[in-house]
Write a protein that binds this ligand. Structure first.
Ligand code: ZN
Ligand code: ZN
Length: 333
């Protein structure tokens, strides 16, 4: 069975669960662990069955809960190396240590603690864990998680990773353009234009079903269009309405950033893609990462519907909207 469950989508947190065969992957962990587990259960997904977390990029709406969640579940986190490095820089005060020295220290610590990490699967998250509190619509590296979010306190002193907020049970690196396997799911990461260290989108494949995740991109370059061909499900960014953004509350500098070639995809750009270049193969098109300040779900939906309805052959596409505050019903293949 292949299943795709969006737990949250937007600038206050992004998380999706992908199931293929016996494997379950969490794509991004932009909610607190506690909220993430709550939403998984709401959507009939069991947190303890997750096999891995994979990260698109280091903005806080994609990584805010990654360390706590990975530790709770004792599962590996997949990053590109530059994304991991950026995440570490974000969480670690400046140290007199090279990256190579740091990663070596990290590996030693990880090896020393693997035994304890394996010992107990903690059922639930720390109730004191903080919620994500990010300024809506503005993803910046200055939005550090609070101390309680990054500290591990439920497993007792013996297994504490000595207050190292970057400690993870296991780190795996991948690189854009190189397909790899996590259990029963094949993962094809591709580069997207966005203002992060090494941002990627993904095409996941299992049991012959192809699922694409393409959010946080300033525009859709040819390499992304090529990746999105022949997918059965497409989660596509439809971040803002151009007029609402222009007339909206953001400072000019932030508006410029969102609108730039490494910002976010507008309703208009998403609709243009769907109308002119999208191949119409997907059974489900899900619009995601909608801004709460500069968009309205109806505007995003109308633009995309018009684009799809303009093409008679595409009427079979189901159009859905992923929300910020509650999970979307699981999509089954
Ligand atoms: Zn984002
Ligand atoms: Zn981002």
């Amino acid at each position: 069975m292949v299943r795709f469950t969006v737990l949250a989508s937007g600038s206050k947190g992004n998380c999706t669960v992908i199931t293929g065969g016996k494997t379950r992957i969490l794509v991004d962990a932009g909610l607190s662990c506690r909220e993430l587990f709550r939403r998984m259960r709401l959507a009939d997904e069991e947190p303890a069955t997750l096999d891995a977390i994979i990260i698109t990029h280091e903005h806080s709406d994609h990584v805010a809960g990654v360390a706590v969640t990975a530790r709770k579940l004792g599962i590996p986190v997949y990053f590109t190396e530059p994304t991991h490095r950026a995440w570490v820089r974000w969480l670690t005060p400046r140290r007199q240590m090279t990256y190579a020295q740091w990663i070596e220290q990290c590996r030693k610590q990880a090896a020393a603690r693997m035994a304890e990490a394996d010992a107990a699967m903690v059922e639930d998250c720390d109730p004191e864990e903080a919620e994500v509190t990010e300024a809506e619509g503005v993803e910046t590296l200055s939005n550090r998680p609070s101390q309680s979010e990054t500290s591990e306190s439920a497993e007792g002193a013996a297994t504490k990773p000595e207050k190292d907020p970057t400690w993870l049970p296991k780190i795996e690196y991948f690189s854009a353009g190189n397909t790899f396997q996590i259990g029963d799911i094949s993962v094809s990461p591709f580069t997207i234009p966005h203002d992060a260290a090494d941002p990627v989108g993904f095409v996941f494949q299992a049991e012959g079903i192809r699922l694409a995740v393409a959010t946080d991109l300033g525009y859709i370059p040819p390499n992304v269009k090529a990746q999105l061909k022949g997918v059965d499900l497409l989660l596509l960014e439809s971040n803002h309405d151009l007029e609402m953004l222009r007339d909206g509350p953001y400072p000019w500098s932030v508006k410029q950033r969102v609108l730039s070639r490494v910002g976010h995809l507008s309703n208009e750009a998403a609709a243009t893609y769907l109308e002119t270049e999208y191949d119409g193969q997907a059974t489900y098109v899900i619009l995601g990462h909608l801004s709460e300040s500069n968009n309205l779900p109806e505007l995003a939906r109308i633009g995309a519907e018009r684009a799809l309805n303009g093409r008679a052959s595409l009427l079979a596409n189901h159009l859905l909207l992923a929300g910020q505050h509650e999970p979307l019903a699981p999509i089954l293949f």
